[in-house]
Design a protein. Structure first.
Length: 316
């Protein structure tokens, strides 16, 4: 009898520990999904990159844009056309958007590629990233609303030259498509490795990055976790959907996706293309994954991006 009591007590302790651990893991995952890198941080504009630092990086415009609601302060950098295109009017204006938990500094190489092709380029630290304030990640919902206000600010400074394009990668790619579905001023989009929706990408990302947790979560668990996370950040997770945004957009969209992408599988771009949005093209890039497509070892992303913008912006 005593042994049975010990076994029952041990079983109850293990069950309680498992429940508490499972709850802690779920909360950890939810926080990772929804909390911005800069949650709780503020930035003093006086401490933004100095003119000397801007000059070293080739940045010719730097300003902050106050956006919201909810309120956030976004840092923006601008580059003018480079090289042979320097003395000619810009072919157009392009926004460049970074990926998840990233910042615009790492997009400078992509921006320079477009500047050398003759475009004026603006980079943005999306809310809660880089040197921009913000508490939550909303998978393109608030971010695309913010970018409408960034475009307004660029236009107010008389820097919106020619037609407007948007280039984004990963999180920034899905945001670029959502922006195009929201703002008719966007005339062309290049989306590199976008996710199709928040509900599609979060389960795959968690299962790929943290398999022991992802494998224990059911579809219902993921749905409840996403709903709870979005409730904390006060947005509708069903609006974080690049498929619907692409269908609303009038801008031609080029989807570039690596066939070996495990973090954001190519099925995401296939879902966007399958929604049959007008004037959208999917190009699959062999032997490239989610990280290698950023480094673009063969220059295929750069070449296709410039060609797309030249066709849909400069030629208009």
């Amino acid at each position: 009898m005593a042994q049975h009591r010990v076994l029952r007590f041990t079983s109850l302790c293990l069950l309680l520990a498992s429940t508490l651990l499972g709850s802690a893991c779920t909360q950890f995952v939810e926080d990772m999904v929804i909390e911005a890198p800069n949650k709780g941080r503020s930035f003093d504009a006086v401490r933004d990159p100095s003119p000397t630092f801007q000059h070293l990086l080739g940045i010719e415009h730097q300003f902050r844009v106050e956006v919201g609601p909810p309120q956030a302060s976004l840092l923006v950098w601008g580059l003018e056309p480079e090289g042979a295109a320097r003395n000619a009017p810009p072919k157009g204006t392009i926004l460049v958007l970074h990926g998840w938990h990233n910042e615009m500094f790492w997009m400078l190489g992509k921006a320079r590629d477009l500047a050398r092709a003759g475009y004026r380029v603006f980079l943005v630290d999306l809310r809660g990233n880089g040197r921009s304030t913000g508490q939550w990640l909303t998978y393109g919902v608030r971010e695309s609303e913010d970018l409408v206000q960034v475009i307004d600010a660029v236009e107010a400074r008389d820097l919106l030259d020619g037609d407007l394009g948007v280039w984004g990668i990963s999180y920034g790619a899905a945001t670029a498509i959502q922006l195009a579905g929201r703002d008719p001023r966007v005339k062309a989009v290049v989306a590199v490795a976008p996710f199709s929706s928040m509900r599609d990408i979060v389960p795959n990302f968690i299962t790929t990055v943290i398999p022991p947790i992802g494998w224990t979560m059911s579809d219902a668990d993921f749905t409840a976790m996403i709903d709870d996370a979005a409730s904390r950040a006060e947005f509708d997770p069903d609006k974080a959907d690049a498929r619907f945004a692409a269908m609303r957009s009038r801008a031609p969209i080029l989807l570039l996706h690596g066939k070996w992408d495990a973090l954001v599988p190519i099925a995401n771009s296939e879902r966007i293309a399958a929604a049959d949005p007008p004037d959208t093209r999917l190009e699959q890039l062999p032997m490239l994954g989610h990280i290698s497509i950023y480094f673009d070892p063969l220059g295929s992303v750069r070449k296709r991006s410039v060609q797309w913008f030249d066709r849909n912006l400069a030629a208009r």
